[in-house]
Design a protein around this ligand. Structure first.
Ligand SMILES: [Cu+2]
Length: 128
């Protein structure tokens, strides 16, 4: 009888621990989610619509996967995003698998290869 009682208490403790771990796990995911831009297709033309329906938070990480011989990633201003122009001296990311941590507000990225941004290779990501 006593053993059964302890067993029950132990089961309750296990359940409580599981809940706490789940809550903690969710917090971690919420605070720093990682998104692969464009999904399995990667960072390419018409990535512009990829952000729709997603909710981003400051600290989330965007992963840009692409072939560095034909694309790059450049962080730009709102004006640069609209006009598809990178600022003079802008540093292009060219690793082909770049990771960028989002800042609060809207983060703008384009590919600066000629014509690519105009073909929808641009994203505006608003992070809460
Ligand atoms: Cu490109």
């Amino acid at each position: 009888m006593m053993a059964k009682g302890r067993g029950s208490a132990s089961a309750v403790q296990s359940a409580a621990l599981l809940v706490i771990l789940c809550v903690v796990g969710q917090c971690i995911v919420t605070e720093a989610a990682t998104y692969v831009v464009g999904g399995s297709g990667g960072w390419t033309f018409n990535s512009v619509g990829w952000t729709s329906g997603k909710r981003f938070r400051a600290g989330d990480v965007l992963v840009f996967n692409y072939s560095p011989s034909v694309h790059n990633v450049v962080a730009v201003s709102a004006a640069g995003y609209k006009s598809c122009t990178a600022p003079r001296g802008a540093r292009a990311l060219t690793s082909g698998r770049d990771r960028i941590t989002l800042r609060r507000g809207t983060n703008y990225f384009i590919c600066s290869f000629a014509g690519h941004c105009q073909a929808g290779m641009k994203i505006a990501v608003t992070a809460a």
